[in-house]
Design a protein around this ligand. Sequence first.
Ligand code: SIN
Length: 396
Amino acid sequence: MLLSLRRSRPAACGLLLSLIALPACAQVTTSAPAPVPVVPATPAVPTTPRPKVLLIATGGTIAGVQNAPGTLGAYRAGTLTAEQIISSVPELARFAQVETEQFSNVASTLVTPEMWVTLAKRINEVLQREDLAGVVVTHGTDRLEETAFFLYLTVRSEKPVVVVGAQRPATGISPDGPINLLAAVRTAASPKAVAKGVMVVMDDRILSARESRKLYQRTGGFSTGDMGMLGVVANQGPEFFFAPVRRFGPRSEFDLAGVDTLPRVELTMSYPGGTGPSFATNPVGVVVATTGMTRAEGQAYRTLRQQGVVVVTSFTSGENVNGGGGDGPPPTPVRDTTVRATATRDTTARAEPAEPPAPPAVTALHLTAGKARILLMVALTRTKDPREIQRIFNEY
Ligand code: SIN
């Protein structure tokens, strides 16, 4: 009995047993009440050519291994290699020929903007290959939405690029990495996914990288809120219901040739009683998450604008769509409440001298402050003119 169970154990178990002692796989006893149906460890691979997909691994929980496997305990993100990750999902071979590349193997909190640039350049390069259908990037979920959005802005190909992670480590109980990876590869291999921009595929959902957010740290935690999903990965494969219409892919104006580092942009938040930030980093731009500023905050950001810093406001929830100009006539200028004449009943009182003019602030349309920061960093590689940057925020 023990022998037959061992023969039929899934390849994932076999891989993990060879890597580490895995009690969940090893502690099979002869006391099982009924025979377990035998499942073939290696699915039949079709003889017809399958699309080629390149998996670029960066680390994260999808490559995580626990100190005590098979528990809910602590783990080291970014431990398994790309090859180890794919060999634990033999089913992949039914849908694609998967090649692998190890870009990094880190927790995603260690991913830097410079790494985004290198990764985007690499993806732009490999997608020139005619034989390659698409790319899957495995990534830690903590910073997945940021990397995915950067790629959405800077990968100038129609071919699918899918970013995927997992909320439970590969050695955990019911890991979500293998099923997420299978869904991601099926999406990247699918002609239906062409011209949909960079996508995040998690929990059978296909999300646009522009809108996807990690709302919580459990399976199902990635969402696009009111903006909805592009589609789902069903048993029969990816099914799309919507396509994004904003600028991305080949219509993106952001060419990374000659760009190795991104301009410094800080991220701040306004709050009751706030007086505005001060920086030791000399930023070129600032994004502030706000639903409305105090007078002191408004004055502080105005001073920054006067100093040539580009200031972008984003609604704290990331859900706002007002501002930015749109297709209509230019909006009536709103009175700047940060600068008021001291109008009192005392007619001898004088108005305060007019403030020197400040370049306008830019409004982010339905982007979280974190994503608005990335768009501003990319925009600043082309221009520092806030009007032109507003145009960019309106289009992407
Ligand atoms: C990470 O972001 O690298 C760790 C957390 C995760 O992948 O879910």
